[in-house]
Design a protein around this ligand. Structure first.
Ligand code: PMP
Ligand code: GLN
Length: 382
């Protein structure tokens, strides 16, 4: 046996639940991915670019045409004009961007503040860099930031703070005031930010996404990360990007070039072409997913689950304490999958120390209307 570098890490809950859904034939509302395809124009473009011979290494930092489109989108939506040579890096998935940003910044003994419940890839990435995570809980039921607790968690060893808005799994979104409060907290300190904004276009009810890209003071010390997988309904393409000021991008690229070197070439060509031809795609996304959220929530309203419609992401968390008050959420997720035919994710897995009375599961509503209706119907029988 070798001494594991990640002794506490097993198979992720996403693999476990998707596998169980496949084995049992349950509707899979667990792992976050759509059960419908990306836009036909995008899919068609990939085949065309493969046949056109765009099959060799892309430039290490990403195809210029794709970086240009990302730059234009950011200028349009967030008003920031980027140097696409120095500030945008295309990565094979947001996960890899997150990993490289953490490796670029965090040194042995450094502390990284994360907010529980938090996405599962952050902590192992921090551990591999020799740092360790300091977990600050978000405040239920809204999963709001408690800036006083953040202040208390900051020490001279704090190197990085990882934000995630819209937030997986709760769907909570940060406000511009949150960003101002954070800026005031770290103003005179040598602390950097990683802003995981993979759900940047999935913000509902007319709210605007408060991107770190809109915030001059924060952007100057930030890595901002997004994912074409979420934005274009193609999670299996594992293509994303990292935006950061030149000095930070330079360090990130030193890692990225030895983790993967570059993203997948024909996918980058297709994404660049699609973004140029369909700038409306991203502005239509909130409406597209809000309709799915509303449909799912309207149907689920007839069940014994309690919930508040999510503010962002394609996840809806729901409280099942009126159904099985004593059942831990992992067992509830197994039971719902095996016995009721709907797979979901237990929320406790996103915590270092889950509250003992946590009775929450997460449903992914990036699904066709008939899937959502069928799932809700089953959940209403529970
Ligand atoms: N961050 C969060 C919060 C996510 O939910 C996901 C989606 N799985 C990712 C990062 C990773 O995105 P990608 O699939 O592009 O690596
Ligand atoms: N981000 C996806 C989710 O939260 C899972 C991605 C993965 O399986 N690594 O469901």
């Amino acid at each position: 046996m070798i001494a594991s570098k990640l002794p506490h890490v097993g198979t992720t809950i996403f693999t476990t639940m998707s596998r169980l859904a496949a084995e049992t034939g349950a509707l899979n509302l667990s792992q976050g991915f759509p059960d419908f395809d990306g836009p036909p124009a995008l899919l068609e473009a990939v085949g065309r670019h493969v046949l056109a011979g765009h099959n060799q290494y892309a430039p290490m930092i990403g195809l210029p045409a794709l970086r240009e489109q990302v730059g234009l989108k950011i200028q349009r939506l967030y008003g920031r004009i980027l140097d696409i040579e120095q500030e945008i890096t295309i990565t094979p998935g947001a996960t890899q961007g997150i990993f490289c940003a953490i490796q670029a910044l965090v040194r042995a003994g450094d502390e990284v503040i994360v907010f529980d419940p938090c996405y599962d890839s952050y902590e192992p990435s921090v551990q591999l860099s020799g740092g360790h995570c300091v977990h600050v809980p978000l405040q239920p039921p809204e999963f709001a930031m408690d800036w006083q607790r953040v202040r208390e968690a900051i020490t001279p060893r704090t190197r990085l703070i990882i934000l995630n808005s819209p937030h997986n799994p709760s769907g909570a979104v940060l406000s511009p005031t949150d960003l101002d409060q954070l800026a005031a907290l770290i103003r005179d300190r040598d602390i950097y930010l990683l802003s995981d904004e993979v759900y940047e276009h999935l913000v509902f009810d007319g709210q605007q996404h408060a991107s770190v890209l809109c915030h001059d003071e924060l952007y100057h010390r930030a890595f901002v990360i997004s994912s074409f997988g979420k934005t274009c309904h193609v999670t299996g393409w594992k293509t994303g990007y990292v935006v950061a000021p030149p000095a930070l991008s330079e360090e990130l690229r030193k890692i990225h070039q030895y983790v993967s070197f570059a993203g997948v070439t024909p996918l980058q060509w297709a994404l660049a072409e699609f973004m140029a031809a369909h700038p409306e795609h991203v502005t239509e996304l909130p409406g597209f997913y809000q309709q799915k959220r509303d449909l799912f929530c309207q149907q689920l309203a007839h069940s014994r689950f309690k919930f508040v419609p999510t503010a962002g992401t394609y996840f809806q968390i729901a409280d099942y304490s009126a159904i099985c008050p004593d059942l831990p959420d992992l067992e509830m997720a197994f039971w719902l999958t095996r016995e009721q035919g709907v797979a979901c994710i237990p929320v406790s897995v996103f915590y270092q120390r889950p509250p003992a009375d946590l009775r929450l599961v997460r449903f992914c509503f990036a699904k066709r209307e008939d899937t959502l209706r069928q799932a809700a119907e089953r959940l209403c029988r529970v």
